[in-house]
Design a protein around this ligand. Structure first.
Ligand code: G3H
Length: 330
């Protein structure tokens, strides 16, 4: 059996020109409107319209793997756990399954590893000889309520340890009080502290109360130079949803039409089923185009999604499901 694959990522990650940002345009922010009922209808119709089946589905799931930021963000994380996760990132799918899928000669890895600062150096060492970047959550993740200068030092420390991507959390209060200048200024500082490392702005959408706040915060972060906008920390009561995704993707589209820059998107938190990630992929493709299915512009923050994808691939190959404990990590 072989599957028709979407072409896998080109050489390495982050090959696109970076978003340089622009001046804060409050008139653009003020004009942001969302048709909530229409957005809800669009999302409700999505699973029914999705027609990615059989071989095509296996190909889309393999593609999704290359976009996963394989994550561990627990208080009881250890060097051993992070090393196991890195081993999984290097070889995310069992060799026999790849063989059966006709993909044995393709170097499939996850998009990145995502950890707390303490484990950046561990992950960088474990991933030596690969092109898998290490992402560090930062700026007082998950609440983001430490002093601003401490946030900047934390970013710098992770970059010094070898993180190539920094996932910052915004100060939710700025969005909740519509203090867009303060949000813009902190995001500019975060971007500057990152240097060459790419910065993902976590909006923590579940904390922002309204879809309009989500859309405006997304636009402000892009204006301040975010390389990616990301939904959630995984620690809010509500994490990634298709509805906030739609709002954020529409803002990415508007920002591209304003500046020409392509900003990436990362849903995160609570995405653990293969069937769910297909909905995200379809939405990305329909809203932004084929380019946004690649790891340069799409990442999925997930700790357990990979195990279900591997299970679905095994089912595709053998017609049977295996127990989750056969896919213990990821
Ligand atoms: O950014 C990634 C999330 O923290 C992962 O959340 P999850 O454990 O619900 O997959």
């Amino acid at each position: 059996m072989s599957v028709t694959v979407l072409p896998l990522a080109k050489s390495g990650h982050n090959a696109l020109p970076r978003n340089e940002g622009m001046k804060l345009a409050l008139d653009v922010i003020d004009d942001i409107r969302l048709n909530f009922p229409a957005a809800e209808r669009r999302i409700a119709a999505l699973p029914g319209r999705r027609s990615v089946k059989k071989d095509a589905q296996a190909a889309w799931l393999l593609k999704a793997i290359t976009c996963i930021d394989l994550t561990t963000l627990s208080g009881d994380d250890t060097v051993a756990r992070v090393e196991r996760l890195c081993a999984k990132a290097k070889n995310p799918v069992r060799a026999d399954l790849l063989e059966a899928l006709g993909m044995a000669d393709r170097r499939i890895t996850t998009g990145a590893i995502c950890v707390y600062h303490r484990f950046v150096a561990t992950a960088v060492e474990a991933l030596q000889g690969t092109d898998i970047p290490v992402a560090a959550v930062s700026t007082g993740f998950p609440a983001g309520l430490v002093p601003h200068d401490v946030k900047l030092r934390e970013i710098e420390a992770s970059v010094a340890d070898g993180a190539r991507e920094i996932d910052i959390v915004i100060t939710r209060e700025y969005a909740l009080t519509q203090n867009w200048q303060a949000l813009y200024d902190e995001m500019r500082d975060f971007r500057a502290a990152c240097g060459d490392a790419h910065v993902k702005a976590i909006l923590a959408t579940g904390d922002l109360k309204t879809l309009r706040n989500v859309a405006k915060a997304a636009m402000v972060c892009m204006m301040a130079g975010a390389d990616f906008i990301k939904t959630s920390t995984g620690k809010e009561t509500t994490n990634a949803t298709l509805l906030v995704t739609l709002a954020m993707l529409r803002m990415i589209r508007v920002y591209q039409s304003l500046t020409g820059f392509k900003v990436g998107f990362k849903p995160a938190g609570g995405i653990s089923a293969a069937k769910d990630i297909l909905n995200y992929q379809v939405l990305m493709k329909e809203e932004l185009g084929r380019e946004w299915l690649e790891p340069d512009l799409f990442r999925i923050g997930a700790s357990s999604l990979l195990a279900d994808i591997e299970r679905q691939l095994e089912h595709h190959v053998t017609g049977r499901y295996s127990a989750f404990n056969r896919h213990p990590v990821g």
